[in-house]
Design a protein around this ligand. Sequence first.
Ligand SMILES: [Zn+2]
Length: 284
Amino acid sequence: MKRIIKKAKFIFTAIFICLALVASNSIQRYQTVTNAPTTNPCLVLEVSGCTANAQEPSLPSPVSSQPLSEQERFVAAIMQNLKVMPEPGSYEYTLLRSYGAAFINPADNVKLPPKLIFNNEEDTKEFQSQLQLEKVVNTNDCYLQKSAAEALNKARLQFNIPLKSGYGASDCTRSFATNLRFWHKYANNKTLEKVKQGKETAILGVVAPPGTSQHLWGLAIDLGVFNAKQRQILNQNGWFQTVVKDVPHWTYLGVSAEDLPKLGFKNQVIQGITYWLTPLYRLL
Ligand SMILES: [Zn+2]
């Protein structure tokens, strides 16, 4: 009898130990689960592809397989030259959307400005003094960055493409003062305030605000172009119309027309003229 009780005691103790072990294990497991981070990664990081229903597992996909949007392709291209992307909705962003086409230029010998607004003549001259300028053949005083001038000279050898004013320097690389003088011809400080607030954009196709013209960069020219053949030859030499409704204004992009959509550019045909526009959104 004693032996049986002893055996029963032993079995009981063994069962108790087993139960205790199982119980402590589940407590540990429960603690592990409750200690696990429960923060939604969508709230912490701006993870692309995050959806409102974060419970649903999404399959990881390599970034390269996702087709980039026009805007993403454009931003990727300009970031080679533009060091800081302006805040969407800012004055700089408006300027980049209107005049930033030139920033896609891939050539090493083409220099782009370190910022979108020059503050004064001194500021402008400091940038322009670093440029390798070359004269456009058969002009009075028309200078452009070397690659831009060479491409234009090549186009002008193939076909008659006059400058807007005939031969003047004001069609080509301009000083801060010339940019300012042109601005005051068409606009004033009230207009500038509206542009800065994003309430006025039409003026940007007429004249560039002080310190913001592509003509300050040595990569733009105003031409007297009236037919399709002239446009075709300019396009073949890397020159395009990039400022909407600014008919005489041409920008040196240094790439072929076929490459422009790949770089995110959108074309818009207005009154028979094809403008190649940046794909940045108009936010206001
Ligand atoms: Zn112009």
